[in-house]
Design a protein around this ligand. Structure first.
Ligand SMILES: [Zn+2]
Length: 408
């Protein structure tokens, strides 16, 4: 194990107060901004690569303890800030195929539902992803992950859901395992989303029975996924179907997540709370009682303003959620149909412009609260002695610049 230090950062934001308040009602004082800051961290070797391990010390450069005065230092000359590595807690990053024609059709006035009825939408990607080899999927996803890393993200959740057969869903999970070995500097979490849509030509109840009785036990046995997600919405899966699938997932050690109340309100957010889910995601149509139940729970509301922007839909009621004391995370929802963009900073800009979120709220949403939506908050999301050293050295002086500058 070796130790290193970064000194004279224009600012270090530790996020310590965000942790103390467990991600709720975050204001500027909670960020723990340290002007002219420094950080000391350990390194270790993973798969032949040297990667940062744990944070040892954080504070003002001039207070660097004697104990660390001899470690190799990099001087950031007050030109670059350091924040916890960003967390993108909702992506569909592993896919093949091209849906640019569908985008053109939507711009010409066709609705997402009309496109789906004509056999487009998710099922187009399903066809291409099923046909792609593991090696090709790894290649495509690797190029995307390199871009994601460049923009400060160190932890990414990746969902399946473009296979929709046990075999091709498990293929996608194996691709995620391979990506994990290829990117030791990142933390990749795998979510099984077999209940993304019912594949065409398949009996609905038989499809659900197979997920519950065959696919989930196989995934659990091989330890291939970290969490399980269901698309609960009109035309997708009902609350009762979602409950049955997610209870089965929990029996196999997979915590729940839900695509909830996106196109219609089906009180899916309340179901997420009932199941003790890690997160309820989208929430464009969440009801007041859904907001109330989230505010009294440990379930994170994951907002995806890029998707609503791309679909020209009404945004989620972010201010109502935040003001009710709900814990809010932001994520890209990067996917080929409804947000073909892997940039979390772009999503942060959209959150500032269209969700009315403040800088401290945005910071918490892409750090600690993102970690909480993945069950990783014990070690990630803040920079404190003992936490994982997956920080981001910004190419900017201040955190705000990462989303004030648009689409860098
Ligand atoms: Zn999604």
């Amino acid at each position: 194990m070796t130790f290193e230090a970064l000194v004279h950062a224009s600012e270090v934001i530790t996020g310590r107060g965000v942790r103390l308040k467990d991600g709720k009602r975050i204001t500027d004082e909670d960020l723990g901004r340290i002007p002219d800051g420094a950080i000391v961290y350990s390194r270790h070797s993973v798969a032949g690569q040297s990667v940062p391990k744990k944070v040892e010390w954080v504070g003002p450069t001039e207070e660097l303890p004697k104990k660390w005065s001899e470690v190799p230092k990099t001087d950031l000359k007050r030109k670059r800030a350091i924040v916890p590595g960003l967390i993108d807690c909702h992506t569909h990053l592993v896919f093949a195929g091209d849906r640019s024609a569908e985008f053109a059709a939507r711009c010409g006035g066709a609705s997402y539902e009309e496109i789906a009825q004509k056999g487009g939408g998710i099922l187009t990607t399903v066809k291409a992803t099923r046909a792609a080899s593991e090696a090709r999927l790894i290649r495509l996803a690797s190029a995307r992950l390199r871009e994601v890393y460049r923009r400060g993200v160190r932890t990414v959740e990746l969902k399946t859901g473009y296979g929709l057969t046990a075999e091709s869903e498990i293929k996608t999970l194996r691709v995620i395992q391979a990506l994990r070995r290829k990117f030791p500097k990142m933390t990749l979490k795998a979510t099984y989303l077999g209940a993304h849509a019912v594949p065409s030509g398949v009996d609905r109840s038989e499809y659900i029975r197979k997920i519950v009785e065959e696919t989930l036990p196989a995934i659990g046995r091989q330890n291939l996924a970290d969490t399980c997600d269901v698309f609960v919405d009109e035309g997708y899966f009902t609350r009762d179907e979602g409950r049955a699938i997610l209870l089965a997932a929990q029996r196999h050690g997979l915590p729940a997540k839900i695509h909830a109340d996106e196109m219609t309100n089906t009180e899916a957010a309340t179901l997420a709370v009932e199941l003790g889910a890690l997160s309820a995601d989208h929430l464009l149509k969440i009801s007041d009682s859904g907001i109330q139940s989230l505010s009294r729970s440990s379930t994170v509301a994951v907002l995806l303003p890029g998707t609503a922007f791309y679909l020209k839909a009404h945004q989620a009621p972010a201010r109502k959620l935040l003001d009710a004391g709900v814990r809010v995370a932001l994520a890209t929802d990067f996917n080929p149909g409804t947000f073909m963009c892997s940039s979390l900073p772009v999503v942060m800009t959209l959150a500032a412009l269209y969700l009315g979120m403040t800088c401290p709220e945005i910071f918490a949403a892409v750090t600690y609260n993102g970690a909480k939506a993945l069950g990783l908050e014990a070690h990630k999301g803040t920079l404190e002695p003992g936490s994982d050293a997956d920080f981001w050295v910004l190419p900017f002086r201040k955190f705000e610049e990462s989303y004030y500058r648009f689409a860098w």
